[in-house]
Structures are given as C-alpha cells and as structure tokens.
Design a binder for this molecule. Structure first.
Ligand code: FES
Length: 179
C-alpha cells in the first residue's frame, strides 16, 4: 500500500489519494553531517543514493516511504526513482525485519551442496517459514540468489557477516550464538 502511494505521487495521481498523509522524515544532526560527507564524495548527486539508503536503514532498520521522499528531495529525484532503485536491491527493507536478517543462498553452487535441506533445517529451527520473522522479532529468514561466495558453498549471510561451508550443526551453533 505504501509503495502504491509513492508511485502515485510520482505519476501525479496524488490527488486520487488525497486522504493519505505522510509525515515528514527528519534526518538527525549526525545523519545530516554524514549525508553531506557522502555527497562530497560524488560529482553526481544521484550517486549518493545507495549510501543514503544504507545510512537510513542502519538507523531505522527499514527505509520508510517518508524516508524515500526525504532522500529524493536531497538528491533532486522523485520518490518513485528512489523506490525503483531500492526495490532492485534485496538488502534494503521497506518493512520491519528481525534483528538478524538471514539471507540463505539457494543458487546453483549452494544448491548442489545441499542448501535446500539446510534452509529447511534453519526454518524448522527458527519455527518460521521462509520470508517470515520470528515471534520475538529476532530473526527474519529469506532465500537469496548468489551472494558471490560460491567457494564457501553452501553459505548464508546474517546481517553483514558471511558464513560458509554450512552444516546443520554449524547453523545451530551460529544461530545459538547470536544474542
Ligand atoms: S551460489 Fe551460493 S554464493 Fe554463489
């Protein structure tokens, strides 16, 4: 629903959704400083889009429609442009996810090394289905295409950490070690 709102703004159909009000996103002082630093690195403003999205997600865990509008304003691009770039990358979230986002590679090298079975094991251990978040909001489990660590297959990424050569036992150890 939120994405429809963004698209509608872009398409100039905002009046059709006149009753939908978005609050304004406020960057913190530190974020403003960091954004200025990011902008200074690039000759073209739009090049700062991915780092800006990352900055917001690190602070909020998600990139809200309000944040997309605010980032678009800073970059002089439409919210729909921001959303279109964001939606290409699976590491950005528009909905709340768990403290730990587990991305389980299911591409060919990992699959040949048993990722299907290991993913099933992980889902069972967490007592959720793939795509869901645990009740305590600690873990979210997703399938992912090749994570570019094929030599470590089968592998998964938990937030920014890669874990390779997985076995059921190793997965249990990794999950149990995360507080
Ligand atoms: S196929 Fe799994 S990391 Fe490349």
């Amino acid at each position: 629903m939120q994405l429809i709102c963004i698209r509608s703004l872009y398409a100039g159909c905002g009046n059709l959704l006149g009753n939908i009000k978005m609050s304004e996103y406020k960057f913190s002082e530190d974020q403003e400083k960091e954004i200025a630093r990011i902008f200074a690195k690039y000759p073209v403003k739009t090049s700062a889009l991915l780092p800006s999205l990352t900055l917001v997600q690190r602070a909020d865990q998600v990139v809200s429609p309000e944040a997309m509008v605010a980032i678009g304003k800073k970059l002089d691009v439409s919210p729909a442009y921001v959303q279109s770039v964001l939606s290409f990358y699976t590491m950005y979230h528009t909905e709340k996810v768990g403290k730990y986002m587990i991305l389980f590679c299911i591409n060919i090298s990992c699959q040949l090394n048993g990722s299907d079975k290991l993913l099933e094991h992980t889902a069972k251990k967490l007592n959720i289905k793939v795509g869901e978040t645990t009740f305590d909001e600690k873990f979210t489990l997703h399938r992912e295409e090749c994570l570019a660590a094929c030599t470590e297959a089968p592998m998964m990424r938990v937030n920014d950490t890669y874990y390779g050569n997985l076995t059921e036992q190793r997965i249990d150890q990794i999950i149990d070690s995360l507080d």
